[in-house]
Design a protein around this ligand. Structure first.
Ligand code: F6R
Length: 616
């Protein structure tokens, strides 16, 4: 959570910082601020505001700030309520050092007490100010890097921060432990940020800082040091992401743009991994492939939407391989003392590659000797770098807080990976013949145009949303492969509309939730015809109809039986059950989107949320 940005160079730092913060706002939007060394580097100038970046932008109009160096921050509150006092940057007690920080300093309370006993006063409730004051305490002789190093030795927790000091007017010092920091390299200027999207307007040459590394950044050079103080040699990498992908491109919201990008995303995934009717993963080397052939169990470990992708993965593995598979949310996996060893494959599914619990689960699995594979969107992210193998989803930057295109990309990659594993592993199910595998792969190639076709349901979705947007409770039902999509549909709706929504396996209805159904209850039923539980799902819909529930179904095009039972149908093209969640997810996303818009919700930045959850 929280977005960090820093600049040192020949431009005015203020617009650079504000542009960067705009691109990082998805990481948190409780408050925002910048600190600059005013032109001439005489004193630190801090402007911060509670609320969204737009308020900071307004405030900045009242100040003529021109600076060649500065740092900025957009916050998702952990310690201390969202307020101007708690907003970053924070100055140290000498007012010579400014800090912005992402993550949590776990021993901040005891450190704060110690500093207070030394007579140091605090202006905020944040853990960040403790780090700033500790650096200020060690700064005595005016060596920022040295002061940071001494302070870091006392700090426990997982965090990244960036500091500037009035007495070293062209230098930024950065430190990373677990939370991401990427350095952007320019000519006569350099940048640092939580995420490459903030750097894309200026440079594509970047260096990802590793854990426990420090960087000293000036306009002329970037020096990286290890925890023991040794200079580290690191070559830069070039980022391929297109800057326009991080802009709305004419859509009213990023979420809608990202929903509409899905056919292209799935098409490019298939183009990269399916060659000559075979599945390839360039990033999986021979050694890893050899180990894959020996695994005995597959675990999908992930959070939120990515967890739902893992659940679908479970069904895929179950259909194609005689291997046990299990999907677990990362925050449970890491604390349940998972019994995994070298014969287990742990697949970490994550858009950001920085989710704290998923990262911790990865480390736990690696420590136990499991083979780890990351399915990640953000290139160079921590999970991607630490796992034994990585398959990138290459969905491009996902800015809307509600995940859409990353989900479809995860489902597509997991489907390909399952087919790939079935092709190389001795435990392929007997009934899942090579011929069947080939025909499934052929079917996958039709998905991009089928997703496009599904997007044409938008007008029907809008009509339905207009009749239901005032409702406060929604029930989502699905079975088998589409049970995870019932969870996903409900998650999408609640996170961006704030209505209550509940996803449930349809077969469980009569064990409780059916009590909710009356003539005011909307029930969204996912019922593709290719499902092996299609008829059972029809019976479940009948049960809702008998209790006069409002039935909205996601059904296969031309399904008259479902249409007869439903108040509204959203149709999807026909495909195998295995791929049906890739299609049924689309109307669910559009429905949540339009209900949110009709309720005037902040679609791209819903309350209390942040795009990447880098705290536990
Ligand atoms: C929901 C959503 C979240 C994320 C979850 C995991 O729309 O976006 O539930 O899926 O926070 O994030 P990643 O995939 O970055 O690990």
């Amino acid at each position: 959570m929280c977005g960090i940005v820093g600049y040192t160079g020949h431009r005015n730092a203020v617009p650079v910082l504000m542009e960067g913060l705009g691109r990082l706002e998805y990481r948190g939007y409780d408050s925002a601020g910048i600190a600059c060394l005013n032109h001439g580097g005489k004193h630190l100038f801090v402007v911060k505001e509670k609320g969204k970046l737009s308020r900071l932008r307004e405030e900045l109009k009242r100040h003529a700030v021109s600076a060649k160096i500065g740092i900025g921050h957009t916050r998702w509150a952990t310690h201390g309520e969202p307020s101007r006092f708690n907003a970053h940057p924070h100055l140290d007690f000498t007012h010579r050092i400014a800090i912005v920080h992402n993550g949590i300093i776990e021993n901040y309370a005891s450190l704060k007490e110690k500093l207070i006993r030394k007579g140091i006063r605090f202006a905020s409730q944040t853990d960040t100010e403790v780090a700033g004051n500790l650096i200020g305490h060690f700064y005595g002789k005016g060596n920022l890097l040295e002061a940071v190093r001494k302070a870091v030795k006392e700090l426990r927790g997982y965090f990244a921060f960036v500091v500037i000091a009035q007495d070293e007017p062209d230098k930024i010092v950065a430190f990373k432990r677990s939370n991401p920091l990427v350095i952007g390299l320019g000519k006569g200027e350099n940048f640092v940020a939580s995420d490459v999207t903030a750097l894309l307007p200026y440079t594509r040459r970047v260096i990802y800082l590793e854990d426990e590394e420090y960087a000293e950044i000036t306009p002329a050079q970037v020096r990286i040091f290890s925890s023991s103080g040794k200079l580290v040699k690191r070559t830069s990498v070039t980022v391929r992401w297109d800057v326009s992908k991080a802009q709305k491109g004419g859509y009213p919201h990023f979420m809608l743009k990202e929903i509409n990008e899905q056919p292209a995303v799935v098409k490019s995934i298939l183009a990269s991994h399916v060659k000559n009717k075979r599945i390839h993963f360039d990033t999986l080397d021979r050694k890893l492939t050899k180990r894959l052939k020996q695994i005995r169990k597959v675990h999908f470990v992930s959070c939120g939407t990515a967890y739902h992708a893992g659940l679908v993965g479970n069904y895929m593995m179950g259909e194609c391989l005689d291997l046990p598979a299990e999907a677990t949310v990362s925050s449970e996996f890491r604390y349940e003392d998972p019994s995994v060893d070298k014969r287990d494959l742990v697949v970490l599914v994550t858009q950001s590659g920085e989710t704290a619990d998923t990262l911790a689960a990865l480390r736990e699995a690696k420590a136990k000797g499991a083979l780890t594979l990351a399915i990640v969107n953000v290139v160079g992210s921590t999970v991607a770098r630490e796992a034994d193998g990585v398959i990138y989803t290459h969905a491009g930057p996902e800015i809307g807080v509600a995940s859409t295109k990353a989900y479809l990309a995860q489902l597509t990659v997991i489907a390909l990976f399952t087919l790939y594993l079935a092709g190389i592993h001795p435990c392929r199910k007997k009934q899942f013949s090579l011929l069947k595998m080939k025909s499934r792969l052929q079917e996958m190639l039709r998905l991009p145009s089928q997703i496009k076709e599904t997007l044409h349901q938008e007008a029907a979705v809008v009509r339905c949303a207009k009749t239901l947007y005032g409702k406060k409770n929604f029930l989502y039902l699905g079975r088998g492969y589409n049970f995870p999509n019932a969870l996903e549909g409900a998650l999408k709706l609640k996170e961006i509309t704030y209505a209550h929504a509940h996803g449930y396996p349809a077969g469980e209805m009569k064990h409780g939730p059916i009590a909710l159904v009356d003539n005011r209850q909307p029930v969204i039923c996912i019922c593709p015809e290719s499902s092996k539980t299609y008829e059972k799902m029809l019976s479940n819909i009948e049960e809702i109809k008998a209790r006069r529930g409002i039935i909205i179904t996601l059904a296969t095009q031309g399904d008259k039986q479902v249409a007869k039972l439903s108040n509204q149908v959203f149709s999807v093209p026909n495909t195998s059950e295995m791929f049906s969640p890739i299609l049924t997810a689309v109307p669910l996303q559009l429905f949540a989107y339009h209900v949110a818009v009709l309720n005037n919700r902040d679609v791209d930045q819903p309350r209390n949320l942040a795009k990447s959850v880098t705290v536990e």
